[in-house]
Design a binder for this molecule. Structure first.
Ligand code: PLP
Length: 368
């Protein structure tokens, strides 16, 4: 049985007519960049998170870059973040001229460790930039308190957590700024690259909206140097069409995750640890597995998609050598890079496919 990591082709079948009608309209009018559809998805996302402002941008990476750019970074300014994330989390900090300082992660949730983060705060610290990894939010209250206590900006990297919540707080509604990605493989994905910045603060909204179009306040009048970070109507149309289904899709992911939890519980793997107060949306279903690389080869030989997120923690990336980190310094992240494996999950997969994956994992450990 073939089991892809996620089934975007299956998802598209149910939305084809609606999306194609929108494409027709966009192409007939030839109005492609920023417009009514972008405005609509900005409003939907802001409403979802319960914040006043949404700014549609060109990618999750640019959302992060614009967020950090809005902080008026001076040379030497530091931002505390996680090494166990997609590259863009730290990449954007460096591109905006700040220095990433890495805090290790929790061995169960894989999210950034609060106590370690607190211990790294110095006079140079400007912001905290945690990630809601794999669809599970960080704990809202203690993170908010930590940011407030030290007068730091809290930026959520919510790229993997659209529709997730924790203790009544929706992803994007926690920090001063939140960044989303609509890369096609995300829980809400477009037809190419796009992203969203949410914020509660009018001055940040103004800064980010201006920097999205080269930092001009009026056309051709620039007080700052911004970027070309605009969202296009093609992306927005696809996102508006899919947004209506987001809740149902996330629910379905949760029920497939529960099925995995059940089927894998007697095997020598650790299934994802979801906090009691977390509405985990399983952007990825990631297990810790002994002999991870062998298991991955075995599953792939059975036509089961699986992947490693992430094989190299960010503090050990070659491009960040200048930061001076050494192997062994962030042991939890380094161990996870060797142990974790993401299994197929998406709303379109069937129970039979999940059973098949679990059965093959069981066979792998029974044989050897
Ligand atoms: C996907 C992702 C990004 C980057 O988003 P793009 O739209 O691909 O630029 C940033 N951070 C995390 C945690 C992500 O998963």
């Amino acid at each position: 049985m073939k089991v892809p990591m996620l089934d975007l082709v299956g998802q598209y079948q149910t939305l084809r007519d609606e999306i194609m009608a929108e494409m027709n309209d966009i192409f007939n009018k030839q109005a492609f960049v920023l417009g009514a559809r972008v405005k609509k998805i900005e409003e939907e996302m802001a409403r979802l998170a319960g914040v006043p402002y949404g700014i549609g941008v060109s990618s999750g990476t640019d959302a992060l870059l614009l967020a950090v750019m809005a902080l008026d970074i001076q040379p030497g300014d530091e931002i505390i973040t996680t090494p166990y994330s997609f590259f863009a989390t730290a990449g954007s900090i460096v591109r905006a001229g700040a220095k990433p300082v890495f805090a290790d992660v929790d061995p169960d949730t894989f999210n950034m460790n609060l106590d370690h983060s607190a211990s790294l705060i110095s006079k140079k610290t400007k912001a905290l930039l945690p990630v809601h990894l794999f669809g599970q939010m960080i704990e809202p209250k203690p993170w908010q308190s930590l940011a407030e206590k030290h007068n730091l900006t809290l930026i959520e990297d919510a790229a993997q957590a659209v529709g997730a919540s924790r203790n009544g707080v929706v992803a994007g509604g926690l920090g001063d700024i939140a960044c989303f990605s609509f890369y096609p493989t995300k829980n809400l994905g477009g037809a190419g690259d796009s992203g969203m910045v949410l914020t509660k603060h009018a001055h940040l909204e103004k800064n980010i909206r201006e920097n999205r179009v080269h930092g001009g306040h009026d056309r051709y009048y620039h007080d700052r140097v911004g970027i070309n970070g605009r969202m296009d109507e093609i992306q927005a149309a696809v996102l508006v069409a899919k947004f209506k289904h987001l809740n149902a899709w996330n629910k379905r992911r949760r029920s497939l995750a529960a099925l995995y939890d059940q089927s894998l519980r007697n095997l020598p793997v650790q299934t994802p640890v979801a906090a009691k107060d977390a509405y985990h949306t399983y952007h990825q279903y990631v297990i810790k597995a002994p002999r991870r690389d062998e298991l991955m080869q075995f599953l792939r030989s059975k036509e089961i998609g699986c992947d490693v997120y992430y094989p190299v923690p960010l503090h050990l990336q070659k491009c960040f050598e200048f930061l001076g980190y050494r192997k062994g310094q962030l042991p939890v992240s380094e161990a996870l890079a060797k142990e974790t494996l993401a299994l197929p999950i998406s709303a379109e997969l069937t129970e039979a496919q999940i059973d098949y994956v679990a059965g093959m994992i069981s066979e792998f450990y029974a044989r050897s």
